[in-house]
Design a protein around this ligand. Structure first.
Ligand code: ATP
Ligand code: MG
Length: 139
């Protein structure tokens, strides 16, 4: 089966963690690895390195390290695409208009503080799982 990486971002951790975990399980994903952690600046910078030239990069890195995140490896057929569709669009305003039951429509505040991450393809998923879980995945 396919794996993807999901992250519950710091903005959603205090109020919405349990409900999001419930939705993940209800939608047929198996949680094969799980870790709650505060990302170091170095890891957060590497995690979003492909956005380093964007005007929001520093804000994004600051935000990702400001408190605990929940890191999850999700397993399911078609996991990458199904997780992105359960999250909904990056911008919660758009999410509310187009996918009102999606998790970002329900739990995100704005385009930066948007509650969740999901890998965009299988290659990125493996790369980010390696970055965040390191050796654990090769055991
Ligand atoms: P993610 O990669 O976190 O799963 P995504 O693939 O939907 O989200 P990206 O375009 O990869 O969106 O952007 C990465 C993250 O950067 C977004 O999730 C959001 O937190 C932030 N971001 C994206 N666009 C903007 C923007 N215009 N202004 C501020 N922050 C943004
Ligand atoms: Mg992305």
């Amino acid at each position: 089966k396919e794996q993807t990486l999901a992250v519950i971002k710091p903005d959603a951790m205090e109020e919405h963690k349990e409900e999001i975990l419930g939705e993940i399980c209800a939608s047929g994903f198996s949680i094969t690895q799980l870790k709650e952690t505060v990302l170091s600046r170095d890891v957060a910078e590497k995690f979003y390195i492909h956005h380093r030239d964007k005007p929001f990069y520093i804000q994004l890195v600051d935000f990702m390290c400001r408190g605990p995140c929940m890191l999850l490896v999700l397993t399911k057929e078609n996991a990458v695409e199904d997780w992105r569709s359960l999250m909904g669009p990056s911008d919660p305003q758009l999410a509310q208009q187009t996918m009102p039951t999606s998790l970002r429509a329900r739990f995100a505040s704005d385009i930066l503080h948007n509650a969740l991450h999901g890998s965009s393809n299988q290659e990125q998923a493996q790369e980010k799982i390696q970055l965040l879980f390191g050796d654990i995945t090769s055991h």
